[in-house]
Ligand binder design. Structure first.
Ligand SMILES: NC(=O)CC[C@H](N)C(=O)O
Length: 380
């Protein structure tokens, strides 16, 4: 039996469709993702905390869900919206259907709305706060609740998704990706010795430590609020700064820690990690109009002149004019020319706004893991 569900935006727009996940009511920032596949990786990416994610690809759920393609133990996004939920799923790896997965993880989801109209509205007016409900179907009440709901700016969402204690990480990449990584590493893999990488976890996607572990490294994962002193006591050869949800600016504890680590150990940051590295060294971040989310974002590597097609999921970006003298731009997003990577001029510290671990998405940016590995082997 299908339930009616509604999405109300803060600008007063209402979309009515069918609920296909858990029943209930949630609020969040309404954003969109342009990936054609990878819905399970998107659902479990902790960086979506506080957001209602709309898929632009019109049919979602056709290959079901499994226990392998996850980027965290469970979804932490606020809600999920699709044009059409596939009524059948077929894949030899599938263990169940999408609707059942959303229900068992208590995620409210909406299907059967004109997602193209919703996405056009977001593109024109910017990401908006919204309410997704199967329990209250009164338009005025929903719009009012959307207007009263909390936005993302100024909030620390990292504390809601980061681990509570130190973890020794030992899971490697799945066999398909591992094969490709060994091809990339070629002969150098034989000689390379593993390093000890400490990952500051702000809501880290699991494919990142899988990449580190598959390159023969010892990987220790620490909560994102661990101090520089505690990290150095672990005697890392390098420190990794993870992706994570929300606004990077209020995370001052992380800015302090990173500032102390730069220059002492090689540092590599992805997405939120790249923003935190930039903030720690004196740059500013700003909120993009509607963000970059999908697996088809073109990025130019200024060093090699190569364009890579990347996976992205971010709503904030580093402000180019605010970069301190010690940082230089290494990558640029070719859709809007925003900063997609920075590097310290004198210390081994660099970050990228996109996701080299992909998952899901193209593998063009895997070389960034090799770059970090080279730095580690030179400095350890
Ligand atoms: N994936 C991420 O790390 C996202 C970073 C940050 N929360 C943003 O939206 O910009």
């Amino acid at each position: 039996m299908s339930v009616t569900a509604k999405l109300a935006l803060e600008d007063g727009t209402i979309f009515t469709g069918q609920g296909f996940g858990a029943e209930g009511e949630i609020s969040g920032e309404v954003v969109f993702n342009t990936s054609m596949t990878g819905y399970q990786e998107i659902l479990t990416d902790p960086s979506y905390r506080g957001q209602i994610v709309t898929m632009t690809y019109p049919e979602i759920g056709n290959y079901g869900v499994n226990s392998i393609d996850v980027e965290h133990e469970k979804p932490s996004l606020a809600g999920f919206i699709v044009r059409e939920e596939s009524r059948v799923f077929s894949n030899y790896r599938a263990e169940g259907d999408l609707a059942g997965y959303l229900k068992s993880n208590n995620i409210v989801a909406l299907a059967g709305i004109d997602t193209r109209a919703l996405v056009r509205r977001i593109r024109v007016h910017g990401a908006m706060r919204g309410i997704l409900s199967t329990t209250d179907l009164n338009d005025d009440s929903l719009i009012e609740k959307a207007r009263q709901s909390e936005g993302l700016v100024g909030r620390d969402l990292v504390r809601e998704v980061m681990p509570k204690s130190v973890i020794k990480w030992d899971t490697e990449l799945d066999e398909w990706t591992a094969t490709e990584v060994s091809r990339l590493r070629g002969d150098s893999a034989q000689d390379a010795k593993g390093a000890h990488i400490v990952c500051m976890d702000f809501g880290m996607k699991w494919n990142i430590p899988r990449h580190f572990a598959s390159r023969g490294n010892q990987v220790t994962v620490v909560p994102g609020d661990t101090s520089a002193e505690e990290i150095l006591e672990l005697q890392p050869d390098g420190v990794f700064l993870s992706n994570g949800p929300g606004d990077p600016e209020p995370l001052t504890y992380a800015h302090e820690t990173i500032k102390k680590l730069v220059g002492q150990k090689p540092v590599f940051g992805i997405c939120l990690g790249h923003q935190l590295l930039s903030l720690a060294l004196g740059a500013k971040t700003f909120k993009l109009k509607f963000g970059h989310r999908g697996a088809n974002q073109p990025v130019l590597d200024l060093e090699t002149g190569k364009v890579e097609i990347t996976t992205q999921n971010h709503g904030f970006a580093v402000e180019e004019d605010s970069l301190p003298d010690c940082l230089e731009v290494t990558h640029r997003n070719l859709n809007d020319d925003t900063v997609a990577g920075v590097r310290h001029k004198d210390a081994v510290a660099f970050g990228v706004q996109h996701h080299p671990e992909a998952s899901s998405g193209p593998h063009d940016s895997h070389y960034l893991f090799e770059r970090f590995q080279t730095e580690l082997s030179q400095s350890s």
